[in-house]
Structure formats: structure tokens, C-alpha cells
Write a protein that binds this ligand. Structure first.
Ligand SMILES: O=C(O)CCC(=O)C(=O)O
Ligand SMILES: [Fe+2]
Length: 362
């Protein structure tokens, strides 16, 4: 497998030099015009890395960047509200509703996650009275959410269409045809707020290592914290940061697209660490997922529907750490292989967080 994958640079994080991995940049306008060389570059990014930047600064994508800024303002207002208001409906289903901090496993051994999350599904936003907490339904909010979901949906379908061209798929075999809006799916917009460690406490840290369930993930974050393990010859390489890039979104290939490509494409192995434990970090991920009854063959050779894969993996995300460790690795990492173990980051956090904890008790 040809790979990126020399780190261009390193960055100092918690007293260590950590790689900053480079990523290819794809141009949204060129993909929309079906420019052959850009389509080749896209297919190669999915085969070689399973992630890339998508440049949205041209006239076709700029609208999405504006929608994202509106979403960020909405999120900041929402996450500032009292827990009871945010949790008005709780988690209605795995892809719709509010998840408080600590609902899943964290990034360091023995911890839970360090973020709260509001999810609004594409199916739900198309209903007459979507079940969204009243504090995210104030004047203009619904329009903001609809615009963001609509923009993300269009962009991810443009990517799918370019990939179908690149793989010479036709008719019902094209990827877009398994992602029709009117068929039930778990497609959703997830808005995440990572708390500063002083507020989350030392036992709630980051976002565990995983691959996404989705077909494609369009991820917006202007702040550092996202790390990936690039695929290498013998398994994924060392975890390293990827830098936020102005005007660009991150795109991850998820398990469903890896399965649909017959394992030709890589799923992106990633996690989130508190790059700066004193800051609030906000990120927005649109998970484009296949229609629930789409059939795949997973990395264990099982025939499975997109709906079933989603439910099994969502359960694995929320299972206690011990159960997760006992489950086949093909679940959390979608069958992607790793070269060696990740360093256990727990001791780094212990050192860094103790003074904060002591301070807050003083
Ligand atoms: O917050 C981020 O930057 C990434 C979140 C993520 O990996 C996910 O929600 O699947
Ligand atoms: Fe993810």
C-alpha cells in the first residue's frame, strides 16, 4: 500500500514530541465538476489513507462554512443551558438526542469520555415537529440545523457520486443509491462539546480510539485534538495529530464504505485527546450512513445490514471498557490492523491534571 506518510513535523504535547500527520487536500468544486484527476486523487486518498481534507473555500462550498459558523453559535448557546433543559428528551435513539459527559469509554485506560453531545438525525429534521430540546429550537434554530444538515448531506453525496464514478459503478450499484433521503437510516449531525478538564474531572477524558460506523464523516473542528493512525505496510502507524485547516473539513471513510468497497478503502482510525486541557472544544460531525436495510459483508465475512452494524457498534461504544476489550477488535476498528499498541496516555494526564484538581479543591 502506498502511503502518505512521513510526519511533516512534530508538535510538543504534554512534554512529548508527537507527529503531525499530513493529509491530502481535495477540492470540493473540482469534485462537483467531476474533474477526472480530482476523482482519481479522491479514490487514491480512500485507498491509501481513509481520510483527507475537503477544501470548501470556493463558491460551491462557502455556504457550508457559513452554515457551520451558525451551528457553532447555536451549540455554544445550547451547551451553556442547564442539564435538565439539554436533556429534555434524553437519548431518544442512538442517533437522536442528548448524551451527557461520560456516556462512553474515554481516551485513556480506566476513564469515561470527556464530551457532551446533541444529535439531530436527517430523518428527524424532515418531520413536521422534530423532537429537539426547546432550548435548541429557539427562533431561527431549526432553520440553522436544517441548513447544516442539508449542506452536509449534499457535500457527502457529491463525494459518493465522485467515488461511484471513480470505481465505475453504475445504476443501482452506485453508492448514492444506497443513501436515499426518504429511506430510513441512522444518518445524523452530532454536535460535541469537550469540557475543560477542570470541569469534567480527571476521570472523563477525550474520545476513545475508533473507526466511524458511517459511510463518510464530514467533520468540522477549528481546534486541535483530533489524532489519526495512518495505515502503514504492516498495520496502522503511530497516533499523531492532524492540524485543523482554515476553510476545510476533515473527511473520514467509515466502516460502511470500507465494506461496500470490498475492503479496498481504509477506515480512518482516530481519537480525540485534550490538546489544551483548559479549553472548551467544539466539533461537529455529519455521519452519512447507508439505508438501514443495505447489505454489507463485514471484515469477519459476515453478511450484515447497515442498521445492524450501526446497532452492534453503537453498543460496543457504550459498553464498559472490560467488555469492549473482550469484543473482537474488528468491531471498534472495523477490521483495520494496527502496528503495535498505542502508548497509554493515562499517566500523562495524571501528571498534567493533578495540580488542577488540587487547585479546584483548595
Ligand atoms: O470531535 C472530533 O473531532 C471527532 C469526533 C469523532 O470522532 C466522532 O464523533 O466519531
Ligand atoms: Fe469518529
Amino acid at each position: 500500500m502506498a502511503s502518505v506518510s512521513e510526519p511533516l513535523q512534530t508538535i510538543d504535547w504534554m512534554g512529548k514530541a508527537v507527529p503531525v500527520w499530513s493529509m491530502k487536500t481535495l477540492d470540493y468544486g473540482l469534485l462537483l465538476s467531476h474533474e477526472p484527476s480530482e476523482i482519481d486523487k479522491l479514490v487514491n486518498a480512500c485507498i491509501d489513507e481513509g481520510y483527507f481534507y475537503l477544501d470548501l473555500r470556493g463558491i460551491d462550498g462557502r455556504r457550508m462554512l457559513a452554515d457551520h459558523q451558525d451551528t457553532l453559535k447555536l451549540m455554544k448557546r445550547f451547551f451553556d443551558k442547564p442539564l435538565e433543559a439539554k436533556n429534555e428528551f434524553g437519548l431518544i435513539s442512538s442517533h437522536l438526542g442528548y448524551e451527557p459527559v461520560g456516556s462512553r469509554t474515554g481516551v485513556a485506560a480506566g476513564t469515561k469520555d470527556g464530551y457532551e453531545m446533541l444529535k439531530v438525525s436527517r430523518d428527524e429534521i424532515q418531520r413536521d415537529s422534530p423532537k429537539i430540546p426547546a432550548v435548541a429550537k429557539e427562533s431561527g434554530d431549526l432553520q440553522i440545523l436544517e441548513n447544516a444538515i442539508g449542506s452536509c448531506n449534499t457535500i457527502t453525496k457529491v463525494l459518493l457520486s465522485a467515488l461511484s464514478d471513480g470505481l465505475h459503478l453504475s445504476g443501482a450499484g452506485r453508492f448514492e443509491n444506497q443513501h436515499r433521503n426518504e429511506r430510513p437510516s441512522t444518518t445524523t449531525l452530532s454536535m460535541m462539546h469537550y469540557l475543560p478538564s477542570k470541569l469534567s474531572g480527571p476521570n472523563n477524558i477525550g474520545h476513545q480510539k475508533h473507526t466511524d460506523i458511517s459511510t463518510l464523516t464530514l467533520l468540522f473542528s477549528e481546534q486541535w485534538g483530533l489524532q489519526v493512525r495512518p495505515p502503514g505496510e504492516c498495520g496502522a502507524l503511530e497516533m499523531g495529530f492532524v492540524a485543523p485547516k482554515p476553510g476545510c473539513a476533515f473527511v473520514h471513510v467509515g466502516d460502511s464504505l470500507r465494506f461496500a468497497s470490498g475492503m479496498k478503502f481504509q477506515s480512518c482510525i482516530h481519537r480525540v485527546v485534550p490538546f489544551n486541557p483548559t479549553e472548551h472544544r467544539y466539533s461537529v460531525a455529519y455521519f452519512l450512513r447507508a439505508e438501514d436495510d443495505t447489505m454489507f459483508v463485514d471484515s469477519e465475512g459476515r453478511a450484515i445490514t447497515a442498521g445492524q452494524w450501526h446497532d452492534e457498534k453503537f453498543k460496543a461504544f457504550t459498553d464498559p471498557e472490560l467488555w469492549q476489550a473482550m469484543a473482537p477488535k474488528s468491531m471498534i476498528l472495523g477490521g483495520m490492523k494496527e502496528d503495535g499498541e498505542d502508548e497509554n496516555v493515562a499517566p500523562l494526564f495524571k501528571q498534567a491534571l493533578v495540580p488542577e484538581t488540587v487547585l479546584s479543591k483548595a
